[in-house]
Design a protein around this ligand. Structure first.
Ligand SMILES: *Cc1c(COP(=O)(O)O)cnc(C)c1O
Length: 227
C-alpha cells in the first residue's frame, strides 16, 4: 500500500475511535514515528501534512533535523541517555521519556544553558515489564514532586509503551490505568497536564478510546522497519 493510503486509513480509524468515545478529533495528535525511516520517505510524509516526527535516537534525530522546515515538531520518544540531552535540547518540542532524576537534572541544566523551558512527559512502565523503561505507577507522585523543583522543566503529562498483545483488546486495562493516573495527576497539578502519549500501530484505536491525546505510529505509516 502507498503511504498516502496508509495515512488516510489511520486518519479514518482515528476519526472512528473519536466518534466511538465521544471525543473531538482535534484532541488527538498523530506522531509519525520515523526511526530507521530514510529522509526521502519522511519528505513524502511531510507532503501528506504529517508535521510531528518521533525519533528514539538523538544521533538520528540530529542527522535528519536540517532536512526539514521549522514547522516540523520533533519528539524524543525513546530512552534518553544523559550525555545525549545536549544534542537535542534545542531541537525537540517534547521529551516523552523522562523516567529518572539524573536525567531530569541534566535536562534542567541544558535548558538553563539554552534559556528555555523544556516540556516533558513522564514515562510509566504500566505493565511492570523488566524489559521496559519508565517508572512504576507507585513512584509517580513522589517523582513529580521532585521534578517540579526544577524550574526549567514543565511536566505536560504521561507516556507509556504498553505491553504488546497479539489481541490488542487485551491492552485496554493498561490504557485505562494510564488514563486514571493521568486524571489523578491533572487533579493535583491542574490544566497544564494535557498530554497522554500512548498507542502505537497495533493499539492506537484502543488508546484513543481510553483517552490518549498523542498516538505514536511508525510501521502502519512507513511499513515494517528494516534495521
Ligand atoms: C517504534 C516506536 C513506536 C512506533 O511503533 P509502531 O509499532 O511501528 O507503530 C512508538 N513508540 C515508541 C516509543 C517507539 O519506540
Amino acid at each position: 500500500m502507498s503511504m498516502e493510503k496508509n495515512v488516510d486509513e489511520i486518519l479514518q480509524n482515528i476519526k472512528e475511535a473519536c466518534e466511538k468515545s465521544n471525543r473531538s478529533q482535534d484532541e488527538i495528535t498523530l506522531i509519525a514515528v520515523t526511526k530507521t525511516v530514510d529522509v526521502d520517505a519522511m519528505i513524502e510524509a511531510r507532503k501528506l501534512d504529517l508535521k510531528n516526527f518521533g525519533e528514539n535516537k538523538p544521533q538520528e534525530l540530529v542527522r535528519k533535523f536540517d532536512f526539514f522546515d521549522e514547522e516540523i515538531r520533533w519528539h524524543m520518544i525513546g530512552h534518553l541517555q544523559r550525555n545525549k540531552v545536549k544534542y537535542i535540547i534545542d531541537k525537540v518540542e517534547l521529551i516523552h521519556s523522562l523516567d529518572n532524576m539524573k536525567l531530569a537534572e541534566e535536562i534542567q541544566k541544558q535548558s538553563v544553558k539554552h534559556d528555555k523551558v523544556m516540556d516533558v512527559l513522564i514515562e510509566i512502565n504500566i505493565g511492570n515489564e523488566i524489559s521496559k523503561h519508565g517508572i512504576s505507577p507507585d513512584e509517580l507522585f513522589d517523582f513529580v514532586d521532585k521534578v517540579k523543583e526544577l524550574k526549567n522543566i514543565r511536566i505536560k503529562g504521561l507516556m507509556t509503551v504498553a505491553p504488546y498483545m497479539i489481541d490488542a483488546e487485551e491492552v485496554r486495562p493498561y490504557m485505562k490505568k494510564m488514563k486514571s493516573l493521568f486524571d489523578q495527576l491533572k487533579a493535583i497539578e491542574g490544566d497544564c497536564i494535557d498530554t497522554l502519549s500512548m498507542g502505537m500501530s497495533n493499539d492506537y484505536k484502543i488508546a484513543i478510546e481510553e483517552g490518549a491525546t498523542m498516538v505514536r505510529i511508525g510501521s502502519s505509516i512507513f511499513g515494517e522497519r528494516i534495521y
